[in-house]
Design a protein around this ligand. Structure first.
Ligand SMILES: CC[C@@H](C(=O)O)C(=O)SCCNC(=O)CCNC(=O)[C@H](O)C(C)(C)COP(=O)(O)OP(=O)(O)OC[C@H]1O[C@@H](n2cnc3c(N)ncnc32)[C@H](O)[C@@H]1OP(=O)(O)O
Ligand SMILES: [Co+2]
Length: 133
């Protein structure tokens, strides 16, 4: 794994959270994108080499809606940049980690993504990202 690609933060209201993070970080978000497959609307802020990804649910079946029901707004996942996502999935499987989707899916910002179940990673949802832009 090469760097933290982004930190995903679950929010109730993307517009209000954009304003809050613009004040916090002193810069504007550089893109918004809806990802139908995950039923989320996202907004990205660049912070040095990494990004903050704000996530709002677009449907009650979204993982973000479920997370907000059980917990509250806050850090939802940490995403690591990888060179070859299939190689990394095989390595992590062999190490005993629980892979949620062995076939990478299309995420936001031109990335292929795979998730690891938080019960196999000390309670932290981990995302692997491979840039395909
Ligand atoms: C925009 C696209 C992409 C990108 O390009 O960046 C994204 O970031 S999409 C982000 C949203 N998508 C996902 O999160 C997909 C992967 N997540 C899942 O498959 C599920 O959310 C889950 C992690 C498997 C949990 O689903 P489920 O089992 O239905 O939830 P439960 O509510 O029953 O919880 C079970 C268990 O897991 C704990 N949990 C749930 N979410 C998290 C989390 N984000 N971080 C830490 N722990 C989490 C939950 O508290 C339960 O724990 P116990 O009560 O101890 O059993
Ligand atoms: Co993410």
């Amino acid at each position: 794994m090469r760097k933290i690609e982004h930190i995903g933060i679950a929010v109730q209201d993307l517009e209000k959270s954009n304003e809050l993070f613009e004040k916090l970080l002193g810069k504007r978000h550089f893109k918004t994108e809806e990802v139908e497959g995950e039923k989320v609307a996202t907004s990205f802020f660049q912070v040095g080499e990494t990004k903050v990804e704000l996530l709002q649910a677009t449907d009650e079946s979204s993982p973000i809606a479920k997370f907000l029901e059980r917990k509250s707004e806050g850090v939802h996942h940490i995403a690591f940049d990888v060179e070859d996502i299939n190689v990394e999935v095989e390595r992590l499987k062999a190490e005993g980690f629980e892979i949620l989707n062995e076939t990478p899916k299309l995420g936001a910002d031109n990335k292929l993504v795979v998730f690891l179940h938080p019960r196999s990673t000390n309670g932290v949802l981990i995302e692997l990202c491979q840039d395909v832009s």
